[in-house]
Write a protein that binds this ligand. Structure first.
Ligand SMILES: C[S@@+](CC[C@H](N)C(=O)[O-])C[C@H]1O[C@@H](n2cnc3c(N)ncnc32)[C@H](O)[C@@H]1O
Length: 281
């Protein structure tokens, strides 16, 4: 679902097979995209969508971006082996919870959350960048077709099945989380999660790096956290740089983790009594 106030994204396209032209009609109709054949684009530095039977790849400013659940798969394998997952520990989500991922990105965390809350729970994932939204939504909806060829052992296969099931239960919305939070009823979600873009990308091989061009990079606003405090029942969770000052600025308590890891999770715990919460900014 697209609720963004931005005008529809414009992109050039190339098809791997001319028979896929109906995909262009579908993408235009479904997402309100303005798609132009790449061979007719002369000067503009437009993002280029390469459409194949199983996948959509976006090229822009020397970066290639496509949906790949490899990080979620690795995490899922470890979780099923009984190893801890820092995001799951920080969010504390359990079966049946309603979880709002306010910054979907590549949806790795949303996939893990969807597995954790199970069929009785609910995951809504929000993304403000229309092109990221479309690539990830398309990837989630056809995840079974992009099954990694390297799946050869039982652990991986089991984890892959969990991800496919989790994927089908995620509701995605293309919008700014501040707008969405305004519309949600009081105490309607258990946990709300923020994983905004860092000002500087950590590590050259970061899987999030190709997202940088396309993503929304504004800082999380205090008003947004105040809104989220009214909507959440259990806690807010923030993933941020250890020494970036964001936990302090936004009122989160940083959780203990490895002191060598530059990325940390922080929470604001909520004890709702009647109409309010015990925490305010
Ligand atoms: C670091 S990525 C999130 C990665 C994600 N947790 C994952 O597991 O792949 C941050 C994403 O949040 C999006 N974003 C940033 N601010 C937003 C906002 N106000 N509303 C919705 N999405 C936002 C960015 O466009 C970007 O795609």
């Amino acid at each position: 679902m697209i609720l963004t106030r931005e005008k529809p994204a414009t992109a050039a396209y190339k098809l791997s097979d001319p028979n896929l032209i109906s995909e262009i009609d579908r993408l235009t109709f479904q997402y309100g995209l303005d798609l132009i054949p790449a061979e007719t684009v002369l000067t503009e530095n437009l993002p280029l969508l390469k459409v194949t039977r199983n996948q959509i790849v976006l090229e822009h400013n020397d970066q290639t971006f496509f949906f790949h659940p490899s990080m979620a798969l690795l995490r899922m394998i470890n979780i099923l082996r009984g190893e801890g997952d820092r995001f799951l520990q920080a969010s504390g989500i359990v079966t049946g919870d309603h979880f709002l991922d306010a910054t979907m990105g590549l949806a790795s965390d949303a996939l893990i959350a969807s597995w954790a809350v199970g069929e009785k729970g609910k995951v809504i994932a929000l993304e403000s960048s229309p092109l990221i939204y479309i690539l990830v939504q398309e990837g989630l909806s056809r995840i079974e077709k992009i099954c990694p060829s390297s799946i050869r052992n039982k652990d991986k296969e089991e984890a892959w099945i969990c991800l496919c099931q989790a994927s089908s239960r995620i509701q995605t919305v293309c919008c700014d989380h501040a707008l969405f939070l305004k519309e949600l009823p009081h105490s309607s979600m258990d946990v709300i999660y923020f994983d905004p873009m860092f000002r500087t990308t950590i590590g050259k091989s970061s899987s999030i790096k190709p997202l940088k061009n396309l993503s929304y990079q504004g800082a999380l606003r205090k008003e947004t956290i105040s809104q989220a405090l009214g909507v959440a029942r259990k806690r807010l969770v923030l993933k941020e740089k250890r020494n970036g000052g964001e936990f302090e600025r936004l009122g989160f308590t940083m959780l203990e983790g490895s002191k060598y890891n530059p990325i940390c999770f922080g929470t604001i715990e909520l004890q709702k009594t009647g109409g309010g919460s015990s925490c305010c900014l």
